[in-house]
Design a protein around this ligand. Structure first.
Ligand code: PLP
Length: 440
């Protein structure tokens, strides 16, 4: 790879080494054209949704906090009017539409967006295993998966996963609940409290003094040695991706409940914090299926770790890392501290993603405090990356180009924007205080 040549072909690379940027995807296309190139379909999303429904009795049994919502792991959609006023004032913005927070920070069991993909992947693996061994049929009440007979069966199997923290929490908690031996391989970015919490649940935590890609590699190697071991491969997993995509169907219902209709005159803008790309990719895929050309999806990544942006822009996807161009990959946004993107998400996103925005770490803490002060909602710093997209949409000339080009300028009064909150409810009180007092 010739980096100097890349820098000449993609001048944004030089800029992103120095400051925050907005990348508009030049390959963004109409939905009809985009889906021609994608193998995954609505049936795949429906299949994932059905599987989650089958497991609902088990989820209720093991996680009683989900009984009131029938064992569905889902989060509220909250309008955040005060935050909107606040963002307008502090950024000299003139935000015209309505602003919502999708509160995946409050997802049951794991307190982050990883409760969608991570838990789904383990349930899928477990169901396949049980069906193969004639221990269940798809018509059974899956509550019986909590019985000691099946728990003993799972105890002969191991699960491994590499994580910067939140994926480990979700895989660790659900795998331990099913009865597996589970090992989480944590990168250096992982916060101590996440390791402590996992150990308290009987999860084996291995720590590495290296970045996320290395933790994944080590986990994969160790898992391959054991034929009764399964490796959750965040960089390559289609199952994780589909677990995330179910979010879109649920969001359609939540918007309908609020009598909100998304159409040409009422566009929807979505901003999702992005690490390896699986979570925001899966959600975007689902949303494009549901709202087609009327939804505009953007990822937000740290200025030092914009791996999906770099991979998509150069079309090198996982063949390039942010370290290759001279960025550190280091960020206090632990959920987003990924230097090399997913192998396949960039390809699926090629014509679906509208763009990608980078955010400096110091702003994450400011947004976090603003949300807490204006709405009394706490989300973790990684999660706050979404607000940077909201601000840019309403202030930056690059975004104005996007709106012009897509015939959206006169529709902003009637637009809806969603900041996708991706984590926070499990953060311990003392760490929360530390975050609130962090000024970079
Ligand atoms: C994992 C994570 C993301 C992004 O998900 P990826 O699949 O890694 O792109 C965003 N926010 C938080 C808090 C996360 O933990």
């Amino acid at each position: 790879m010739n980096i100097e040549e890349l820098k000449n072909n993609y001048p944004l690379i030089k800029k992103m080494l120095l400051e925050e940027i907005i990348w508009l995807n030049p390959d963004y296309s109409s939905y009809d054209k985009a889906v021609e190139e994608i193998d995954l379909s609505m049936e795949d999303i429906n299949d994932a949704e059905d599987r989650l429904k089958r497991f609902a009795p088990f989820i209720m049994k093991k996680f009683p906090e989900t009984i009131s919502v029938n064992g569905m792991i889902e989060s509220p959609l909250e309008e955040i009017e005060n935050m909107k006023v606040n963002l307008n004032q502090n950024n000299k913005a003139d935000f015209k539409g309505r602003l919502f927070l999708k509160e995946d920070n409050n997802l049951a069991i794991a307190g982050s967006v990883k409760a969608r993909g991570g838990i789904y992947e383990i349930l899928k693996y477990s169901e396949d295993l049980l069906l193969k061994n004639n221990l269940i049929t798809k018509n059974d009440n899956y509550e019986k998966i909590a019985d000691s007979k099946i728990k003993n069966f799972f105890s002969e199997y191991s699960i491994h996963v590499g994580s910067t923290g939140n994926l480990g929490l979700s895989i660790g908690i659900i795998s331990a609940a099913l009865g597996y031996h589970v090992t989480v391989h944590m990168s250096m970015d992982a916060k101590q409290w996440k390791k402590d919490l996992l150990r308290s649940k009987g999860v084996n935590v291995m720590e590495y003094a290296s970045d996320y890609s290395k933790a994944v590699e080590e986990g994969r190697k160790l898992s391959e040695k054991n034929p009764k071991s399964y490796f959750v491969d965040d960089e390559n997993s289609v199952n994780l991706f589909l677990g995330y995509s179910v979010a879109a169907k649920r969001l359609v219902k939540q918007l309908e409940d609020r009598k909100i209709k998304i159409d040409k005159e009422h566009p929807l803008f979505i901003f999702i914090p992005c690490g390896v790309g699986g979570a925001p990719g899966g959600i975007t895929f689902g949303l494009k299926k549901m709202f087609k050309d009327n939804v505009h999806c953007f990822f937000v990544e740290p200025t030092e770790a914009p791996c999906v942006l770099l991979g998509m822009m150069t079309k090198l996807n996982n063949s390039i890392s942010v370290q290759d161009i001279g960025l550190t990959g280091k960020t206090c946004a632990d959920g987003l501290a990924v230097g090399r993107p997913s192998k396949f998400v960039g390809k699926i996103m090629k014509r679906l993603l509208s763009g990608d925005i980078t955010v400096p770490d110091n702003k994450l803490y400011d947004y976090m405090r603003e949300l807490l002060n204006s709405e009394n909602i706490f989300i973790e710093p990684s999660s706050c990356a979404a607000f940077h997209g909201i601000v840019k949409l309403n202030t930056d000339p690059v975004f104005k180009n996007y709106l012009e080009k897509n015939d959206l300028l006169d529709k902003m009064e009637n637009s809806y924007s969603i900041a996708w909150a991706t984590g926070g409810s499990l953060v311990p009180e003392d760490i929360k205080k530390e975050y609130i007092n962090t000024y970079l």
